[in-house]
Write a protein that binds this ligand. Structure first.
Ligand code: UDX
Ligand code: ADP
Length: 463
């Protein structure tokens, strides 16, 4: 019989760790949950009395944090005592794609996983269940296990000897809908070999998730399922974006095609929205991991198949930038272009791998002057992503769509924020230089209104 979990520590207070732990604390008032991070500014923001200043923007998150913080949800930079007090430690640290060394550009950089596993090995007391929450390449649990087993049996300060169990529990939440995804998941996946540990974690989720949605697998299946789920989802986006390009050349409409194929219950209607390509911290990283893994096992055709999903995504982004230049008489040098949306999707302030980055960089490269507006992304984040400061870099951030379009030859919509669906084209169009263009890469604008206001329009996938 497994003792119920009383105390959880989560290492990493990011987009995954923060919301996931907030929902666990909310649904399990009997468990003390402490989220730790080395980044003191991030922890201070999680502790900010003003809930609009949380470091992660997610609809509904402020309410959950407001209910639990100080009760059984704590944010701290004190990593060691939080590990020592925990029955269960979640590793929710960053695992970006390696930029140098073996596997550069494909494999995940596991240095933060390794460092946090070492901290757990050093500070844990008694029996500790360690849960991989970050997206990781298959067989990472082995690394974590090897580090922990070196400390197994140590008796710190005369206490109980240390022992560990390692589980994989991949996160399937999507940013922007993290809270509903966590509160009502399609499934929770727990991979591992130690059935007591698996049941202890299943007991935590079982507080609010029906048992039939808690799937149990071996460690490797769990890790590979996460990569495969993301690869399949991303593959649908590249597939529909490839068809969008064909629609534009042939006079078909990708929205009609997506609807027609999506009504086939074998295909389904979700994840068929053509756009500027997928962004976010997971899809590209996970596919590249899969490509690396396949290459490692000599499955070169399989590696090439998945690589093409990433390649098509990059192509779509460059294609949109090229198309803007081409429609503006082949040159954008010195022309002002309004960019609406910088986040990788709506309802998040996250810009990791955002399509806007590549598209803006291409336009800047062509000499355009960009006025960028995003309701949630600050200028400093844009500067870091674009790799150049505002003004000197040929761009600046503005506080409203009105300010962005003033004097612009074109407006390009790159994120599907609700507010962009309701843009007052009759008011905006006269602020622009004629002939003016609207490029709607997210299919959100009211094109009839934009045309009536005198704009020329392009929408992704509309022939
Ligand atoms: C994804 C997975 O959905 C989630 O299960 C996993 O845990 C993490 O990775 P996330 O990246 O947060 O979540 O958002 P998601 O909604 O999947 O969107 C990813 C990208 O695909 C966004 O840039 C989005 O705009 C784009 N997208 C999505 C499309 O272009 N078309 C679609 O039809 C759907
Ligand atoms: P994700 O989207 O996976 O949540 P983030 O980058 O948003 O990724 O969050 C990961 C967090 O993990 C960062 O805030 C980082 O500072 C933190 N982190 C990384 N390594 C450690 C560590 N050894 N101890 C504590 N926090 C860590």
């Amino acid at each position: 019989m497994t003792a119920p979990i009383r105390s959880i520590c989560c290492i990493g207070a990011g987009y995954v760790g923060g919301p996931t732990m907030a929902v666990i604390a909310d649904r399990c008032p009997q468990i003390q949950v402490t989220v730790v991070d080395l980044n003191a500014a991030r922890i201070a923001a999680w502790n900010d009395a003003d809930l609009s200043k949380l470091p992660v923007y997610e609809p509904g998150l402020d309410a959950v944090v407001g209910r639990c913080r100080g009760r059984n949800l704590h944010f701290s930079t004190e990593v060691e005592p939080a590990i020592a007090a925990a029955d269960m430690v979640f590793l929710s640290v960053n695992t970006p794609t390696k930029t140098k060394g073996v596997g550069a550009g494909q494999a995940s950089d596991l240095r933060w996983i390794e460092a946090s596993a070492r901290q757990v090995a050093a500070c844990a007391q008694g029996h500790t269940i360690v849960v991989e929450k970050s997206t990781l390449p298959v067989r990472t649990a082995e690394t974590v296990k090897a580090i922990l087993s070196a400390a197994q049996g140590d008796v710190p300060g005369g206490g109980e000897p240390k022992s560990f169990a390692v589980l994989s529990n991949p996160e399937f939440l999507a940013e922007g809908t993290a809270i509903p995804d966590l509160e009502n998941p399609d499934r929770v996946l727990i991979g591992g070999e130690d059935s007591d540990a698996i049941e202890a974690l299943a007991g935590v989720y079982g507080q609010w998730v029906p048992q039939e949605r808690i799937l149990r697998t071996n460690l490797w299946s769990s890790e590979l399922s996460k990569l495969t789920a993301n690869a399949f989802l991303a593959q649908r986006i590249s597939s529909i974006n490839s068809i969008a390009a064909l629609c534009e050349s042939t006079g078909a409409d990708v929205q009609e095609v997506a609807h027609a194929i999506g009504t086939d219950s074998r295909i389904g209607s979700k994840f068929l929205k053509a756009g500027p390509g997928f962004g976010g911290s997971c899809f590209q990283k996970d596919i590249l991991n899969l490509v690396y893994l396949c290459g490692h096992y000599g499955l070169h055709e399989v590696a090439a198949y998945w690589q093409s999903v990433v390649d098509l995504n990059a192509w779509q982004q460059h294609r949109i930038a090229r198309l803007v230049v081409q429609k503006l008489f082949g040159t954008v040098t010195g022309k002002r272009i309004a960019i609406l949306g910088f986040a990788f999707k709506a309802d998040t302030n996250d810009t990791r791998e955002a399509p806007a980055i590549r598209i803006c960089q291409d336009l800047l490269e062509e000499g355009a002057q960009l006025a960028i507006h995003d309701p949630k992304v600050p200028e400093a984040q844009m500067a870091s992503d674009l790799g150049c400061p505002a003004e000197a870099g040929g761009w600046h951030a503005v506080a409203s769509p009105q300010l962005a379009v003033g004097g612009a030859d074109a407006v390009v919509i790159l994120t599907e924020w609700q507010s962009f669906r309701e843009l007052p084209w009759m008011e905006l169009a006269p602020l622009m230089r004629r002939p003016a263009w609207l490029f709607d890469a997210r299919s959100v604008a009211d094109l009839t209104a934009a045309r009536a206001a005198g704009l020329q329009v392009w929408r992704v996938g509309m022939g």
